[in-house]
Design a protein around this ligand. Structure first.
Ligand code: UD2
Length: 308
């Protein structure tokens, strides 16, 4: 896989991509400003990574990090809808300027391809299911706007400067190392960490809310395929998900069964801004670069629970 740069390498997704590409023999440079990243996520691979504590908005540091790099996996962001609502200006810097700074550094360094962690937030609350890439974006939160802005910058760099760029719209990613500690952490990380400790989880809504939960290995796989495919992917957007949705109540029941939790669950009103249902059409990624679901929801859940 040659030489890769991973931004946000100390995060849940960035560190997982690092493990994936190292296993393929890549040389890895990693940057993280440690705003939410954790060094413990790099346990076991720290010695194999040229790690730099730097912010993606730091052009000089990013230019330096891109030297000799073939592929950039740009995962660094403040990946939170509520944080963007509380601080739209503060999150715009890392999420939009950070992406633009990376694109510029990649272009100047002659990087072969830049892969970008886009978000299903781009689809907003459109009731149309499954969500497919041909739908017009309908971002609602500042976070969604920032992530869509990044996609458009990638398209622009592909068209105007000829830098190969690919946006991967992640749906609800879960797996080992996902931080369960914040009230805004992913619902599965919350449920697992609470139920393994015998604490009562909360379902916002009546439990029928559904998500396309995608296990981290599938996301790593999609990134590696999209980086190396010879298919015409540049400037394009692809859903990364499973094409299957699970309700919160189903997820709760499944976790309960696996961990042997004997308590109950608290129901609370839906959270402001919650989307009811999310489900991806993954045909594009399947047909264009051969993506497939390697681990389904249930086996991903078992792996995640083992880690807790
Ligand atoms: C996901 C992403 C977010 C953004 C968004 C796009 C995660 C962690 N967040 O937000 O970054 O891309 O999709 O639309 O992947 N819930 C409970 N109990 C809890 C926690 C959550 O019932 O303890 C509910 C929550 O109200 C929501 C659902 O579970 O209805 C999923 O919540 P989430 O925070 O895991 O993810 P989501 O889809 O809001």
């Amino acid at each position: 896989m040659a030489k890769v740069l991973i931004t946000g390498i100390a995060g849940f997704i960035g560190s997982s991509i690092a493990r994936g590409v190292l296993a393929e023999g890549a040389t890895v440079v990693g940057v993280d400003n440690m705003s939410s990243g954790k060094m413990e996520n790099l346990e076991g691979i720290r010695g194999s990574v040229d790690f730099r504590e730097a912010d993606v908005q730091d052009a000089a540091a990013m230019n330096d990090a891109c030297v000799g790099v073939d592929y950039v996996f740009h995962e660094a962001a403040i990946p939170s809808v509520p944080m963007s609502v509380n601080d739209p200006v503060g999150t715009n810097g890392p999420n939009v300027n950070g992406t633009l700074t990376m694109l510029e550094a990649a272009r100047k360094a002659g990087v072969k391809r830049l892969l970008y962690a886009a978000s299903s937030a781009a689809y907003g609350d459109s009731p149309e299911l499954p969500k497919h890439e041909g739908m017009l974006p309908g971002p609602i939160s500042p976070y969604a706007v920032q992530k869509v802005a990044g996609e458009y910058y990638l398209q622009s760099y592909a068209r105007v400067y000829g830098l190969e760029t690919v946006s991967l719209r992640y749906f609800n990613v879960f797996g080992p190392k996902q931080d369960p500690t914040s009230q805004y952490s992913g619902v599965l990380a919350r449920f697992i960490s609470m139920m393994t400790k015998g604490e009562t989880p909360t379902i916002f809504g009546d439990g029928s809310t559904s998500r396309d939960f995608v296990y981290i290995d599938n996301v790593v796989h999609a990134n590696m395929l999209a980086a190396t495919t010879s298919a015409p992917v540049s400037g394009k957007v692809f859903n990364v998900a499973t094409g299957v949705r699970t309700t919160l109540l189903e997820a709760y029941e499944e976790i309960k069964r696996i961990v042997g939790y004997e308590g109950g669950v608290t129901f609370m009103p839906e959270r402001d801004g919650d989307i009811r249902h999310s489900l991806a059409d993954i045909t594009c990624a399947q047909t264009v670069f051969g993506y497939g679901v390697k681990k389904d929801f249930r086996s991903g859940l078992e792996k995640t629970i083992e880690w807790y």
